[in-house]
Ligand binder design. Structure first.
Ligand SMILES: [Zn+2]
Length: 206
């Protein structure tokens, strides 16, 4: 715009560009300052944004807004009792690990970590099983925390995959998703472990 104005001005005038010190009473400069001040106090009218933005700016804003909203929902603490015990919270690393799995494995791991898999407690709650108790030990409800941390009949598998016979739910939060999955999918040749893993493998059935 400035170039065009100068070109137009130069058609009938001799134009010379010179530097002038600001706020020194040079008439044209004072007038330009006054117009600039006036322009900056006016309310902008026209299509937003008034100044061009790089593509990465709105993308970054949307990303951080999404992260904040996810964190807010998680922190509000409504529902998902077992998931809150077993999962640290929203996070990019865990998301990357999950989406790198195939569909069958994602189904197993989300079912297990959210306690919405095919375990007796959940099946009983939705009316698909008459008994909520663990099919192996019969001492407690069969839910995700019980299977992953407490069931006395899965000690061997738990020790093999997690390095301990019994765990606290918080311990599961620190274990990589692929290790939890390996535990869930584990099958052994010996008869005892095959029985132990039978209910875990039921997670893979529809
Ligand atoms: Zn049990």
């Amino acid at each position: 715009m400035v170039t065009n104005s100068l070109a137009e001005l130069g058609q009938r005038n001799k134009v010379r560009l010179v530097w002038v010190p600001g706020h020194c009473g040079v008439t044209g400069n004072e007038e330009a300052d006054a117009l600039a001040r006036k322009g900056s106090t006016n309310i902008f009218t026209g299509p937003e944004p008034a100044v061009g933005l790089p593509y990465s700016y709105p993308q970054g804003s949307i990303d951080s807004w999404t992260r904040e909203k996810c964190q807010e929902d998680w922190s509000r603490g409504i529902g998902l009792r077992q998931a809150r015990l077993l999962i640290k919270g929203p996070g990019a690393a865990a998301t990357r690990s999950l989406v790198s799995l195939n569909r069958a494995n994602i189904k197993i791991i989300t079912g297990l970590l959210t306690d919405h898999g095919r375990l007796n407690k959940h099946l009983n709650t939705i009316g698909l099983s008459p008994d909520s108790r663990c099919r192996l030990c019969r001492t407690s409800d069969e839910d995700s925390v019980h299977v992953l941390c407490h069931c006395p009949r899965v000690i061997v598998n738990r020790h093999k995959h997690f390095g301990a016979g019994y765990l606290a739910p918080e311990d599961i939060r620190e274990i990589p998703v692929d290790k939890v999955l390996a535990f869930a999918r584990s099958t052994e040749e010996d008869e005892e472990t095959l029985v132990q893993s039978s209910f875990i493998m039921s997670l893979t059935n529809d």
